[in-house]
Design a protein. Structure first.
Length: 690
């Protein structure tokens, strides 16, 4: 039975949870696959259950409606139609296999009757293999939708979330399906869903007039739209949808991955979705009903089609055409080149290191869903991924007392470091006033029992020992407590971790290596800025404004001023009892790495480290006394067996946005003297800045 919906609104009620209401959209091009979708869905329904289907008619001929009626005549299914018209979406982008009909789902809150408060939306290129009543009974929890993460691009930016990026990256359709996610203020590590299977909260969509936001999103971001309606749904529904298990939307891209160890998501769910799908989704522009298609489940589509009014239909072999043959060949070449390029790009891309398949993450995170799908893993996807990467780097520092200017500067630094979690773990060391309270406020680790010298200054050696005993991370990072860091710091260190073998290979031509292949010391210069107020690092706009102002008015410090060190845990087992915040110890750190044959890599070209300009009135004798001629500065020099100013300031390699390369100077002296004008400015400040 096919009827106009407006004549039969009393036949619908979302309260009857045993009778799913399905929403589809189709035109004449998709009538045959729509018949397969609805026929297979009706066959898989539980006993005494009827399926109610609403078809948004984007242009289905009367003849094809007769075929649909014939197909569904003997099945527990009632089908109704709405023809909303395409005027509202006519200006939106399409392709040769996507028509304006695909956008009709965005109008669901407007065109469906008030009696409907939820629907299961299904694309018209699906094969249903399980009972849709299971989806219908799931709670929406007030969200806009339930949907399945897209296996071809499961995250807003996969480089920030995929624990298995080194293996999975070459087989993904996109590393960032929402290319302007930063401008939109989206969470890079959030799931990105495929819109072919959704449980939609029509009641909320209707109340919030969501169709207006969806259409505006597409028009305002037309230059960035990828995957048509799916772009808008992911942007507008961001943070307001819950994930379904992967088996409820098995896309064609599942078969692009060689095996489960290359999956960007949980290996168990990946295998279950691939081998026991609840819904098979024939994604991509090349469909089973196209001649020559090689989808591994293509025959199942035609077996289902043979139970419809189009039984026996098969695509005809196209006539020989040189242009078509050339296009097919070119497409194959491009596909292989793109895959190869992705393998190379992923190797240079800042992404999370490879984890064993058992460590990868599940999309299941709701008790209501674990009740229905009891055999699924129950770990929260993102938290599991974060746990897997949390121990990569422990960043530690000894802060000054949290008073006056130092309070503002150090709070800004801590707030910026918190944005680097979970890759970075933060440890504050010492018992200066305010340290314990601030550590508790920012929810970071605090180690108080640091040793001090006779002048009550904390010792660097004690801090290094404490953090190495505490940390379970493979890498450690010292950073001055008032230095602001951004996400480019994490990206640079991730690249170094993965490229350390390359560093070793280059370094072999210069000196004999005596350390492991993952040993390196990363150092970075500062950019000096004027910043006397607290910054809201939770606001993307505030962060971008700070970066923009720093790049335009900030001033790069001299190479002798190293604001942070990053190195493998255990590299520095014996450190003299240097006084922190005084001269010479930082030069010794770099000089010692070179003595051990460890490559020193400057990341200043790709890491923005902001240091607020301040005076040294908190120290007796000022800056000159602190770094050069003071008692503790001279003691540090004695412990270091010299100042090591030149060898302790220069690097062996430089990391930029594209590569790692040897230092531009043939000798450390050449690099130091090339930076002498900046060093001279620093010397003048020693005299003028108290």
């Amino acid at each position: 039975m096919i009827q106009k919906l407006q004549d039969t609104t009393n036949a619908f009620s979302s309260a009857a949870l045993t009778e799913p209401i399905v929403l589809c959209a189709a035109d004449d091009r998709y009538v045959r696959p729509l018949a397969v979708t609805l026929h297979s869905a009706a066959q898989k329904l539980g006993a005494n259950c009827q399926l109610k289907v609403i078809v948004l008619d984007g242009g289905i001929s009367a003849e094809n409606w007769v075929g649909l009626k014939e197909t569904l005549a003997e099945l527990p299914i009632r089908i109704f139609t709405i023809r909303p018209g395409l005027e509202a979406v006519r200006d939106l982008g399409i392709s040769h296999h996507i028509t304006h009909t695909a956008y009709l789902r965005l109008l669901a809150g407007r065109v469906l009757p008030e009696s409907i408060d939820r629907v299961i939306y299904l694309d018209s290129d699906l094969l249903i293999c399980d009972d849709l009543s299971q989806l219908w009974q799931l709670p929406l929890d007030g969200k806009f939708a339930l949907a399945v993460p897209d296996i071809a691009c499961p995250f807003v930016d996969t480089r920030h979330a995929d624990c298995n990026l080194r293996r999975s990256g070459a087989y993904l359709s996109s590393l960032s399906p929402i290319r302007n996610w930063q401008k939109l203020g989206l969470d890079a590590s959030a799931f990105y869903f495929n819109s072919g299977v959704m449980v939609l909260n029509i009641n909320r969509m209707r109340k919030e007039k969501i169709e207006e936001k969806l259409l505006s999103c597409l028009r305002e971001n037309s230059k960035h739209v990828w995957c048509w309606d799916q772009y808008a749904l992911n942007v507008v529904f961001a943070g307001q949808w819950n994930p379904l298990p992967l088996r409820w939307n098995q896309g064609t891209h599942f078969y692009d991955f060689p095996d489960e160890t290359h999956s960007p998501l949980n290996a168990h769910e990946f295998l279950e979705a691939r081998d026991h799908p609840a819904i098979i989704h024939f994604t991509t522009e090349w469909k089973p009903w196209d001649y020559g298609n090689q989808h591994p489940l293509r025959e199942r589509f035609f077996q289902q089609l043979d139970q419809t009014a189009w039984s026996g239909w098969r695509p005809e072999k196209p006539a020989f055409n040189v242009k078509r043959v050339w296009q097919d060949f070119a497409t194959g070449v491009v596909t292989h080149c793109v895959t190869g390029f992705r393998r190379i790009a992923v190797g240079l891309t800042p992404g999370l290191s490879h984890r064993p398949a058992a460590d990868l993450v599940s999309v299941m995170d709701r008790t209501a869903r674990t009740r229905l799908f009891a055999n699924q893993p129950g770990k929260r996807q993102l938290e599991a991924c974060r746990d897997a990467s949390k121990a990569q780097l422990t960043l530690f520092t000894i802060p000054k007392p949290f008073v006056g200017q130092a309070n503002i500067f150090q709070r800004n630094a801590l707030a910026s470091w918190k944005q680097l979690e979970p890759f970075v773990e933060i440890v504050l060391i010492g018992d200066e006033p305010g340290t314990a309270e601030v550590a508790e406020e920012f929810a970071v680790q605090h180690l108080s029992n640091v040793r001090k010298n006779e002048l009550d200054t904390p010792l660097v050696s004690s801090a290094f020992t404490l953090v190495q005993e505490y940390s379970k991370a493979p890498f450690l990072a010292w950073c001055n407590a008032d230095v602001i860091l951004f996400e480019d710091f994490v990206r640079a260190i991730e690249r170094l971790i993965d490229c350390s073998e390359t560093v070793k290979t280059i370094q072999k031509s210069l000196t004999t290596m005596g350390t492991g292949s993952r040993d390196f010391l990363a150092i970075g210069q500062r950019t000096e800025v004027r910043l006397n107020q607290l910054v809201d690092f939770d606001s993307p706009d505030a962060v971008e404004n700070l970066k923009r102002e720093s790049r335009s008015s900030g001033r790069l410090g001299p190479i002798v001023c190293k604001e942070f060190f990053v190195f493998p845990k255990g590299l520095y087992s014996q450190i003299p009892d240097f006084a922190v915040g005084r001269g010479n110890w930082d030069n010794w750190i770099v000089h010692q790495a070179k003595e051990m044959g460890v490559p020193v890599v400057s990341v200043s070209e790709c890491v923005l480290a902001l240091h607020p300009r301040h005076d040294y009135s908190h120290l007796v004798g000022g800056r000159l006394n602190c770094y050069v001629n003071g008692v503790e500065a001279r003691q540090n020099q004695k412990l270091a067996h010299g100042r090591h100013l030149i060898s302790g300031s220069t690097c062996d390699f430089r990391l930029n946005a594209n590569s790692i390369r040897p230092s531009r100077m043939r000798s450390v002296h050449g690099e130091f003297w090339s930076d002498f004008p900046t060093f001279t400015r620093l010397l003048l400040n020693f005299v003028g800045m108290r």
